[in-house]
Write a protein that binds this ligand. Sequence first.
Ligand code: EPU
Length: 788
Amino acid sequence: MKPVSEERRAPEQPPPWTGPAATSERALPLDLPGFLTRERHRIHLVGVAGSGMSGIAALLIELGHTVSGSDKVSTLETDRLQRLGLSFREQHRPEDAGTADLIIFSSAIKRDNPILVSARNYGKPIVRRAEALAAIMRSKHGIVIAGMHGKTTTSAMAAHVLREGGLHPCHYVGAEIPILGMNAHWDSRGEYFVAEGDESDGTIALFRPEHTLILNIEEEHLDFYADLDAIEKVFAQLITQTVGTVFYNIDDKNAARVCRSLARGISYGFADDGDYRAVDIRLTGFASRFRVHRGGQDLGEAILNVPGQHNVHNALAVIALASELGIAFEKIAKSLAKFEHARRRFEIKYDSPRFLLVDDYGHHPTEIRATLKAARSVGCKRVLTIFQPHRYSRTKALRKEFGCAFDDADRVVVTDVYGSNEAPIPGVTGQIIVDEIVRHEHRGVSYEPRLEWVHRAVGNMLESGDLVLSLGAGNIHEQLSVLAADLVIAEKLKEVVGEDGEVHLYEPLSKHTTLRVGGPAQFWVEPRTEKAFAKLIRLCRDENLPLFVMGRGSNLLVRDGGVHGVVVHPRGGDFGRIDVNGHEITAGVGARLREVAYAGKAAGIGGMEWMEGIPGAVGGGLRMNAGAMGSQTFENVVSVRYLDANGEVHTKSRDELEVHYRDFPLLEKNFAVSAVFRGQPAPREEIVRKLEASQEKRRTSQPAAKSAGCIFKNPDSCPAGKLVDELGLKNAHVGKARVSEVHGNFIVNDGGATAAEMLELIEKIKTTALAKRGIELETEVQIVGEPG
Ligand code: EPU
């Protein structure tokens, strides 16, 4: 749902109710409060999907009007309102103005909106959202909650406490509030109307409330206001128009300066001279406890189940208000203890013994600092933050302040700016916030401009005991939801592999391939036992998760988008074992082929020296029937032990197995766990000589640079390396991917190559070989994953 503060006029657009066109508009009904609260009309809302507008729609429906609305998007909120009686169109049609008695529009709506143009032509009355709200409030005793931070929480808290206190308040707040049921509600029984005032476009000056709460005053919305002075003027006007009491935060220097001299002022805060004071504050995890003093009198203890010191301030504002309205402190304290957060205000998205994921709407440096402080106090080991700057104008104006706002975060991933309805400002990106944070000497900050990859960046950093906090008023919370969904699976995988095994989210496969390219594995899992591997296979089957086994990644080209599903890397434990028995060597799939060759040397077993030349592990050697020096894996294999698609274990001897050149089809759907290799007794000197010959061959004919070994299978007519050489393609390159000058069948990574570049180069070679020699080259290297 869109926050109230997003419903703002694009700065370059003059408001439709001013300027020459305004003179052609029909005069408003003389008595707008009466029109809206005592009569029944047809009313159309332009931009009804915004959180502020949807609240007005809800109020008007409850007031008995026939309400229609239009927006360029439909949301959960418009769906809900339609169930209540809203007639909704995902399009602004000029004719909708014709049938309405009144048009209400959001500040995000441009002057040339077809409905507004048509309404002007019809001479229909047109009012701004805030004007409508102010008019509706006039029929009750209005209570306006104003300030830069904490408005939604505090207005929700106030409505809740007044409701529990039996006052039947109407309310209007800027977000979905589970405890209140709706973001706006009309209750004809009560006298009070609690509303969150929006200072972002100056419209709070339209209110004439009974009481006002000033939470804080700070530089914000500098796209609208010239400076702090201009902001204070609007607040001062609201205060002047307040009939009853102005409650203000004495600890906020600007609020205190503006309000201190008011005869109708009541202060609250931690300072000694506050009228309502919180003392003896204890912040514990998600809760806080404090005692409340009024003047010299101790009113009692309050317990708050929303975290952070800033919420103690917010609660204190509500305690002061509710007490002055005559609600007994015990009643207030009881309802405060029951208060639950608004959506996107320190909202817990995932909670397990190992991880905590929290989403918060904070997007101003002060809010970020307060939320991070609250996150710190929860008692997790580390706080990892993902932050999406909101609006280009704010990013530009407050970049320095943002730079110092993340001190309480261990790691920060910043993404690009969420523009809301603003046009981009050249040079203003998430990078400028990163630069400021770095300048502030924070060592754990990184930039991930692709929003859809942010969950990967933070997910790969996760360690048990971490809290992940998403911050921003745009759509960064969707990334936290993706992370939460993947964490549910990751935790099941962890349970399967146990303490010894490892599970990492979004592990970059470039770290695990010899070619050093490739995007991440959604779930990287390292089991240590055959039993755990079998359980993994069954879990993946039950959860419908693709499973891919990866050894040392020496013959693998992973695309830049990475591998979806589980990538199992059997390493160590059962999989790293090498046992010699007579002339046979049993090796786990995680052991390197090279180690088998050296185990043979140690035991005086010859015939396996060629394995020295293969960088891969036993598993990969089996899968590919890898070869070198004229030999291949299955010439030495006695038997293979493997798990089938149901995790059942089998052992098959060599003569039961179908094997081809560079291919062992059994492992397409089954998973090897170990193999028995056989050599023959040989004199040590002979083994050493053969090992050295292999090393020499590698050293002299193959590149030392990062590669995936031979890229193509050798065609019958000519070795692929020779062919590429003869085609004159050595040193041919695409970006940082280059055909080795040492060996034509190797493509090397010159540093930072992408899979896309590798693939383009492979295609180029294949096309040339076919065009010039009529040879269809087939890749030996396995190509997996999604495009980037
Ligand atoms: N050749 C050239 N130009 C080149 C490369 C090779 O003329 O740029 C010629 C060589 O002089 C030789 C012939 O091509 O006459 C074959 O080359 P090489 O002896 O290097 O063997 P290969 O067939 O290219 C195979 C394996 C390698 C293994 C070597 C050494 C395949 C596809 N490749 O290479 O395995 O290391 O033998 O035993 O079977 C791998 O599979 O990843 C791999 C590196």
